[in-house]
Design a protein around this ligand. Structure first.
Ligand SMILES: NC(=O)c1ccc[n+]([C@@H]2O[C@H](COP(=O)([O-])OP(=O)(O)OC[C@H]3O[C@@H](n4cnc5c(N)ncnc54)[C@H](OP(=O)(O)O)[C@@H]3O)[C@@H](O)[C@H]2O)c1
Length: 246
């Protein structure tokens, strides 16, 4: 396949671990210039150094996707340093699992702020640049949680399905110059479960992940596929689960 990734400028939120980190490494390995955003500066610095030492190009900026300005600054960094932005990957996300009647309202709000509003802030930061350039690509990392709804995941799945809906509306509005892709991973071996609060739920998720989870590289490969298509080919939805996932 022709390398259509080389030279592309790709900004990634949530690049400090898991799917975002793996995607950054794989994109940089294919010659993309990556612009890394997340809150943990030490992890971003280490990743950017690693990419640069391997001969790639990478910049990073401490980015909290709850802050609209941080997304604007991330996109601006790409444009100031590399002259353009070709792809924005809205990947930052958190997952708090609980029954609805536990009323973990603060957790609900955090998931809405990070998973949903954070993605919207990313879209709002990138769209004006894409419109001015006459090209661009938004990739939203969604989840199979929104495809097979199960107990404990109602609000998490709700935020992801809101993103799915917005992704499709954006695709229809976008016209011929803007590509829009939604990628829904199933169980992936990352740090996502480490941040879960309920010890029993965390242990159960981690145990299941140990048994069946796929690698973040498997999701990064889908990102590579979507970006690698010719400009007139828009990869819409990709669902990637472990074969063993129910
Ligand atoms: N792992 C799975 O099984 C799975 C399945 C389906 C979908 N997903 C989705 O995949 C995406 C990536 O998650 P992951 O599995 O790779 O988990 P992860 O290793 O925990 O990565 C999550 C990333 O999001 C960042 N993040 C969290 N809150 C943030 C904020 N307020 N501002 C900026 N960045 C923030 C984290 O960085 P900092 O803490 O440094 O900010 C981290 O880089 C998420 O959207 C998740 O919902 C994961």
């Amino acid at each position: 396949m022709q390398n259509r990734i080389k030279g592309k400028v790709v900004a990634i939120t949530g690049a400090s671990s898991g799917i975002g980190e793996a995607t950054a490494l794989m994109l940089a390995g294919h010659g993309a210039k990556v612009v890394l955003g997340a809150r943990r500066s030490d992890r971003l610095e280490e990743l950017a150094d690693h990419i640069v030492k391997a001969g790639g190009e990478a910049l990073y900026l401490v980015t909290d996707v709850k802050q609209r300005d941080d997304l604007i600054k991330l996109v601006k960094l790409a444009c100031d340093k590399y002259g353009r932005l070709d792809v924005l990957i809205n990947n930052a996300g958190i997952s708090h699992l609980s029954r609805m009647d536990e009323l973990q309202v603060e957790d609900w709000e955090e998931m809405i702020d990070v998973n949903l509003k954070g993605t919207l802030y990313g879209i709002a930061a990138a769209l004006p640049v894409f419109q001015e350039q006459g090209s661009g690509h938004i990739i939203n990392i969604i989840s199979t949680s929104g495809l097979r709804i199960v107990p404990l995941q109602g609000v998490y799945a709700g935020t992801k399905n809101a993103v799915r809906t917005i992704t499709e509306a954006l695709r229809q509005e976008a016209g011929a110059n803007l590509r829009v892709t939604g990628i829904s991973p199933g169980f992936v071996q990352t740090e996502l479960a480490d941040h879960m609060k309920d010890p029993a739920i965390k242990a159960a998720i981690k145990e299941k992940a140990e048994k069946i989870a796929i690698s973040p590289d498997d999701i990064a490969g889908a990102v590579i596929y979507a970006i690698s298509q010719p400009p007139n080919v828009d990869v819409g939805d990709i669902v990637i689960r472990p074969t063993a996932q129910d």
